[in-house]
Design a binder for this molecule. Structure first.
Ligand code: MG
Length: 455
């Protein structure tokens, strides 16, 4: 066996298919390892609405108890609600049972520290080491943990989000909003927040259902056609949709156009920088360049990290940044809590539109410069990934950045990013340019390079 440590955590927690890739014994063992890592105190456990959620959260809770930790069961809650409750209710840490936007058969485990933020990569490795070494603490009958329910998680979260926005100014605008909850966990929290902000609310797929019968757990322009047509048919001011665990939000403007998270993230970032002059915004190397222009205008700074919400959260904390976003719709507002939060982002977007006093599409055109993007993914033999990346570098003419994968600047406003996936045997290629043709061409050119080097 190679000396490489075996991994359980991917880009965003541990993911598995209960009863197929991993059984519940695995989950109990992992719960024991997490409990051993925490060392003391009470841990809050929550879950999204997946069918395997009750079994997996009971198993991880059993593991925590077995390692001597006390456990509070929060039930079905959005991921950001669990994280916020961990922070403000004083828990030692949190465990969220969720597979986010993955299809219904998946589940997963995400671990947060006492600040509510996902634990750093090095601590994920500590948990893995405890698991693979079999060095979990095993409590005896006296030291074993005790369990209780905590029914205050959602209420605590709703109050926290509402305390961060000027509810009166938003309510005066009397927004009509269509909210597509995708049968996910925000169903239990976000509608109340929107109504408290005076919105006339129309909901779609608002019953929590782990089979995700509505439009599936991943919000993308392709899966949000119902949202788009509902916004147009009722004449709403905006639409919003969440992923399965409610940490990401994708918006659609009053014309029904569904926006990538880059664009909505830039609009909110502009508003946040107006409120926090000179602030710093964090995003990944995969996000578009519009944010650079937006921040420059406001006298703010932009920092770029590797792809992944954990990297963005941790950089926000280290560099005391005020806001962060990802192109998949994950936005982070540091004054609330430095994790992605779908309902907090919605509240900020409403406040932003209320302060602008113009339609969503006009605000967007006014604030966010328009670039064109293109993307593809290529299956690559894992043994040939390195060779493929070397050949991409060789092919590069222009400035090369290597924060995550290889990003090549082909011109002042055009770039391509070639990046091996952290979880699957694929290489992802993203590009951005001033025309759609130029963006497509860049992707085609580098796709050819990757295919040739990995054939
Ligand atoms: Mg998610």
């Amino acid at each position: 066996m190679a000396a490489l440590q075996q991994r359980l955590f991917g880009t965003n927690g541990v993911r598995f298919v209960p009863g197929v890739s991993h059984d519940l014994d695995f989950v109990i063992g992992l719960g024991e390892a997490i409990g051993t890592y925490f060392g003391s105190g009470e841990v809050l456990v929550g879950r999204d609405g997946r069918l395997s959620g009750p079994a997996v959260s009971n198993a991880v809770g059993s593991g925590l108890l077995s390692a001597g930790r006390d456990v509070a069961e929060g039930g079905v809650v959005p991921t950001p609600a669990l994280q916020y409750a961990v922070k403000v209710l004083g828990y030692r840490g949190g465990v969220m049972v969720t597979a986010s936007h993955n299809p219904a058969k998946y589940n997963g485990i995400k671990v947060s520290g006492s600040d509510g933020v996902e634990v750093p990569r090095l601590d994920e490795q500590r948990i893995e080491k405890i698991y693979f070494d079999g060095s979990q603490t095993k409590a005896d009958w006296k030291t074993i943990g005790v369990a209780r329910q905590d029914a205050s998680v959602v209420r605590t979260y709703q109050k926290g989000v509402l305390s961060r926005v000027g509810a009166k100014a938003v309510a005066e605008r009397k927004f009509t909003m269509v909210m597509d909850l995708g049968n996910g966990a925000q169903s239990v929290a976000a509608p109340y927040i929107a109504e408290s902000l005076g919105c006339k609310l129309i909901t779609l797929n608002s019953v929590v259902d782990g089979g995700f019968p509505g439009r599936g757990p991943e919000p993308t322009p392709d899966t949000l056609k119902d949202l788009s047509s509902a916004v147009r048919s009722v004449g709403a001011d905006l639409g919003v949709a969440y992923d399965g665990d409610g940490d990401r939000s994708i918006f659609c403007d009053e014309t029904g156009r569904v926006l990538w998270g880059d664009q909505s993230g830039c609009l909110v970032a502009d508003y946040v920088l107006d409120r926090h002059p000179g602030g710093t915004v964090v995003t990944s190397v995969a996000s578009g360049q519009a944010i650079d222009a937006v921040a420059k205008k406001r006298g703010g700074k932009v920092l770029r990290t590797k792809v992944g919400a954990v990297e963005i959260s941790r950089t926000i904390i280290e560099r005391n940044a005020v806001f962060g976003f990802e192109e998949n719709g994950g936005c982070i507002y540091q004054p609330h809590i430095p994790v992605r939060d779908g309902a907090m982002t919605t509240a900020l977007m409403l406040e932003c539109l209320a302060s602008r006093g113009m339609s969503f599409s006009k605000a967007l055109a006014f604030v966010v410069p328009r670039y064109f993007q293109s993307k593809t993914k290529i299956e690559v033999n894992p043994k040939k990934v390195e060779a493929a990346m070397r050949s991409v570098e060789k092919q590069a003419k222009g400035t090369v950045e290597k924060v995550d994968g290889v990003k090549v600047w082909a011109g002042a406003h055009s770039w391509v990013l070639v990046r091996p996936s952290g979880t699957e045997p694929i290489v992802r290629i993203f590009s951005e340019a001033e025309t759609q043709d130029a963006a497509d061409q860049l992707v085609r050119k580098f796709a050819k390079t990757v295919r040739a080097a990995s054939a």
